[in-house]
Design a protein around this ligand. Structure first.
Ligand code: NAD
Ligand code: 6OD
Length: 484
């Protein structure tokens, strides 16, 4: 049976307490995960601190950059292993993980290696009261020991999106992967050893949240900062833990994102884009669309076309030829999504398509598959329209004016992302200014330039990462003033 060990101080560490890692595609047991207790978390934090006080803390930026590029190259050398691990853990289509998840796992090290090489700091010259001169300059120093708490939906991509900049800035990390997807974070430990990242710089502790590795790590007094991606409710718990010791947090949280489609949009492109933003990764993308607002003249045509796209999606495991949608991550998450499917019916939604589970053959009958689902006809107060479901589903409602579309899109406690579909650039840019989100896509969705700020407003997060913005969290900016 495959074992997923903790990775502490450059070594794989077993514990006496294990839990099963199951494949969402068919629910088979992939292996056993060794849950870290307080002792393992303490050891990981101690190792990270020792790394900061040792060779890693003294290493030149040039050498760090060289090592980070080597990490990226080694992920690419072992691409197929990372891909197989991610596919087993998530069940997502092969085409998706091979084009997005794993390449981004490598790119997240390269981009921050480039950025840290070229990041300037400010300097000022001033006249002092005695007529002399003083010069101030900024120095970026690492934040220190950073806890990285990760979700399951894009495991390697989202973990390296934090670990890449953290290491580029000279920090040491302790990663707590999701209990659902332990594999790629563990595999990355082998890569770190292979390329010569010093011991203790990259650590992995496995387990759950409350009363497990997640809580032990985020409450640990020797952790200097916490970067977290996950549910807004979990963010609240972690923020409370971080308050003790006034530790900084960087949060990428949930969303209830709106797509707004104007009547003048390129119809086929809008349909293709919204199909992706609703159903990609089985709707388990924080940036995904769960609310679609369509201008009235094209409403019926749009609903019909999206229904056809949803019904054409081939549902199945990663390696099924032509598969368009895999399973949800777990039985528990399937239960949650199906509870919303039932609630929508109970609330009187018009079920345009889906609303249940597909019939799967053989062993895949044990997988966590649900149907892509579209509703219309619910009031904006419905929980279907207000709460993040994180499944392959959306509600579509009509609107008449730009002002109405802005009000609808903004009527949510979340503020992560939106996508606007129109051929009128004036409308598009007015919408981009008016919708309260961290990320606005125009005639596109999930198009990424890693140099740009990424994050959410309102209940969707705190702070921005990406490009030089990541340096704001992963370094402390110190001012040095010299009296000449
Ligand atoms: P989650 O919040 O349930 O879990 C995320 C991580 O937090 C896991 O590793 C979990 O073990 C840990 N955790 C849970 N409770 C904890 C606690 N009390 N203390 C410390 N750690 C704790 O999220 P999830 O279900 O894994 O992921 C899905 C969620 O993530 C969705 O809400 C989605 O929108 C969000 N997400 C946001 C972004 C973004 O960029 N904004 C990206 C991906 C996912
Ligand atoms: O592309 C990224 O950097 C990123 N953080 C994506 C988040 C996707 C959420 O599910």
């Amino acid at each position: 049976m495959k074992q997923f060990h903790n990775f502490i101080n450059g070594e794989f560490v077993a514990t006496s307490k294990t839990f099963e890692n199951r494949a969402p595609a068919d629910n088979h047991v992939i292996g056993l995960v060794h849950e870290a207790g307080q002792a393992e978390v303490d050891a990981a934090v101690k190792a990270a601190r020792a790394a900061m006080n040792g060779e890693w803390g003294k290493m030149s930026v040039v050498k760090r950059v060289e090592l980070l590029n080597a990490v990226a190259d080694e992920i690419n050398n072992r691409f197929d292993e990372f891909l197989a691990a991610e596919l087993a853990d998530t069940g997502k289509p092969h085409s998706l993980a091979s084009h997005i998840d794993i390449p981004r796992g490598a790119a997240n090290f390269k981009i921050f290696a480039d950025i840290i090489k070229n990041a300037p700091t400010e300097s000022f010259q001033m006249t002092t009261p005695d007529g002399g001169t003083a010069i101030s300059y900024g120095v970026r120093v690492p934040l220190g020991v950073v806890a990285v708490v990760c979700p399951w939906n894009l495991p390697l991509l989202l973990m390296t999106w934090k670990v890449g900049p953290a290491l580029a800035c000279g920090n040491a990390v302790i990663v707590k992967p999701s209990e659902e997807t332990p594999a790629t974070a563990t595999l990355l430990g082998e890569v770190m050893n292979k390329v010569g990242i010093p011991k203790g710089v990259y650590n992995v502790v496995h387990g759950f949240g409350p009363n497990s590795a997640g809580e032990f790590l985020t409450k640990h007094p020797d952790v200097d900062g916490i970067t977290f991606t996950g549910e807004t409710r979990t963010g609240e718990a972690i923020m409370a833990a971080a308050a003790k010791g006034v530790r900084p947090v960087s949060f990428e949280l949930g969303g209830k994102n709106a797509a707004v489609v104007f009547a003048d949009a390129d119809f086929d492109k809008a349909i293709a884009g919204v199909t992706r933003s609703v159903f990609e990764n089985c709707g388990q993308v924080c940036l995904g669309t769960e609310r679609v607002y369509v201008q009235r003249p094209i409403f019926d045509k749009f609903v019909k076309a999206l229904k056809e796209k949803a019904e054409a999606l081939k549902i199945g495991p990663s390696d099924m030829p032509g598969v368009g949608m895999g399973p949800l991550i777990s039985a528990e998450h399937k239960e949650k999504v199906l509870s919303y499917y039932q609630k929508a019916k109970a609330e009187g939604a018009n079920v345009v398509t889906g609303g249940g589970t597909p019939t799967m053959e053989g062993k895949y009958a044990e997988g966590h598959y649900v149907q892509p689902t579209i509703w219309t006809g619910l009031p904006e107060t419905s929980p279907i329209i207000r709460e993040e479901i994180f499944g392959p589903c959306c509600h579509i409602a009509p609107f008449d004016t730009e002002e109405e579309a802005i009000a609808l899109a903004n009527d949510t406690p979340y503020g992560l992302a939106t996508s606007i579909w129109t051929t009128d650039i004036s409308v598009a840019t007015r919408m981009a200014n008016a919708i309260h989100v961290g990320l606005c896509w125009i005639n596109s969705w999930f198009l990424r330039d890693l140099r740009t700020p990424f994050g959410g407003s309102k209940g969707s997060g705190i702070g921005r990462e990406g490009g030089v913005h990541s340096l704001e969290f992963y370094t402390d900016l110190r001012n040095v003033m010299i009296k000449i």
